[in-house]
Design a protein around this ligand. Sequence first.
Ligand SMILES: C[S@@+](CC[C@H](N)C(=O)[O-])C[C@H]1O[C@@H](n2cnc3c(N)ncnc32)[C@H](O)[C@@H]1O
Length: 311
Amino acid sequence: MTDSSTGEDAAYGGRDPDALARRAGSRADPDRDQHFLVDDRVLDRIPGYLPDDADRSRLLEIGGGAGALTDRLLAAATAPSTAGATGDTAADATAEPGHVTVIERDGAFVDFLREEFAAAIADGLLDVVEGDALDVDLPPFSACVANLPYGVSSEIAFRLLPEKRPLVLMFQAEFAERMVASAGESEYGRLSVSAQHYADAEIVERVPKEAFDPQPAVESAVVRCTPRDPDYAVGDETFFLRFVKALFTQRRKTVRNAIRNTGHISGLDEPEAVVDAADEELLSSRPGTLEPAAFAALAELARERGSPTEA
Ligand SMILES: C[S@@+](CC[C@H](N)C(=O)[O-])C[C@H]1O[C@@H](n2cnc3c(N)ncnc32)[C@H](O)[C@@H]1O
């Protein structure tokens, strides 16, 4: 049984978030992107949003704080079954424990996590890495689960997405909605196309402000990203993403004018040559209505005809 009043118990998954925050001593500081999850029910559900077949042997958490989610991840991490029996490692109580790495920037919380989870560290189940998640080398990980620091959530997401691992990430709700939006929806934009280039993205839970302490200014949402190849091919991913970014700076214009006006962003020396070669129906539509595959086809045409310069 887990004793939530002390960090010495090696059972994981039941630590009380308020007790953890009290033991940590330093208060969560919103100016340092510190909004700790204090709702047990939300904390308990989050690891379960990993896809059923996700490899849970090496979990990564960004921003450990006082460790409430770290504790749940230590309970959820399981080594691949050597018996090869059910494959249902999440539900297999006999499965060997897996490994968790948590990256935290704030030294005071790093010290606390190392103390609170000393037994897990000694058992080789946990690494606490002190550093900025935007700079540190990412460890090998099979999946990432995190309540992200919102100030840098976009940069972190786009560090993680190209790794092609399942991700379960908490974002500001408005950001999450843009990430999962489909062509034609008002939230659809550069973020949707770029994120969905790497993964299927879906909101799996909306989380009210009251679930955090201190409370953030806005509602939050948990997004599950399940990696997959896109249903189109691009020869140059960097150019594709740059082209998408360029066109969405002109989302109210026609695609024709958006291509013409954004050569300085897309890097096209000859945007007019792209316009001359592209399909009329596509050119007279708006960027916000184009499916990702249409962007990809247009980007390929732009690469062939528009003399793009290197990024
Ligand atoms: C929203 S809190 C989440 C804390 C904890 N995981 C929870 O759910 O209660 C974000 C955490 O990320 C840390 N943080 C902020 N910016 C960071 C960065 N650039 N790299 C790593 N950690 C960061 C903060 O110190 C804070 O502990």
